[in-house]
Write a protein that binds this ligand. Structure first.
Ligand SMILES: CC(C)(COP(=O)(O)OP(=O)(O)OC[C@H]1O[C@@H](n2cnc3c(N)ncnc32)[C@H](O)[C@@H]1OP(=O)(O)O)[C@@H](O)C(=O)NCCC(=O)NCCS
Length: 191
């Protein structure tokens, strides 16, 4: 995959852009936000060092084209409110997994829908993906609504696919195909 450190995606209210060293305080705020962390697979960050390390890893991975994680910046006030990611990029099968999250204070305003539409359009059109999938906690109803709103189909339940702090849980698997995305976006823009 190409380097992703130059990627910038603009929407009506948002700028999606790579994380920078100066964004570490936002990363710490996000990874200690109870709403964001509720269904997370990591423990809340305990120090600035963990946020610094995440940003440093991201800068390297984006330059190497390993994954694309973008900070979601609200244009109105220039503040970061969340992140969205395409990871586990599989060049042969032209598929990737999507991940996303917002600070709790930014929920309920359609920001993630706007951001993920831009990220999916980039994935299908620019990266040539054929399939994007998501694995979420079956109890994460907010995330399920986000996926369904974008046209993802629930394809099944992965039994005991997740162990966090020794707790074993299932995941719900969702998938969205390029042809479904194209048909949907065409009908939205013709509406
Ligand atoms: C998943 C998550 C991003 C969804 O947040 P969200 O605020 O519901 O998503 P959106 O920003 O797209 O907003 C959609 C909501 O805003 C409402 N809304 C308000 N104004 C809107 C607008 N202008 N446009 C669209 N929706 C709008 C919608 O009705 C919808 O609410 P509803 O689901 O109650 O109907 C959020 O719950 C989160 O960060 N969770 C923690 C992290 C997580 O679980 N990530 C997924 C695992 S990978």
């Amino acid at each position: 995959m190409p380097a992703f450190d130059w990627v910038r995606l603009s929407t009506r209210r948002l700028l999606l852009r790579p994380l920078r060293v100066a964004d570490a305080p936002f990363v710490l705020a996000l990874f200690t936000d109870a709403g964001f962390m509720k269904f997370g697979t990591t423990a809340p960050f305990a120090s600035n060092d963990e946020a610094d390390a995440l940003v440093a890893r991201d800068i390297k991975a984006m330059a190497a084209g390993e994954r694309i994680r973008l900070g979601i910046e609200r244009v109105a006030d220039g503040s970061l409110i969340g992140i969205c990611t395409l990871f586990d990029l599989d060049a042969q099968s032209r598929k990737a997994e999507i991940g996303y999250g917002l600070l709790t204070q930014a929920w309920g305003q359609g920001y993630m829908h706007e951001a993920l539409r831009a990220l999916l359009e980039y994935g299908f059109s620019e990266l040539g993906l054929n399939r994007v999938e998501a694995e979420i906690d079956p109890d994460n109803s907010g995330s399920a609504r986000s996926l369904q709103r974008l046209g993802f189909v629930r394809e099944g339940q992965l039994r005991e696919s997740c162990i966090v702090n020794g707790v074993v849980s299932d995941s719900a698997l969702y998938g969205l195909l390029r042809r479904e995305w194209t048909a949907r976006e065409t009908s939205v823009s013709n509406a």
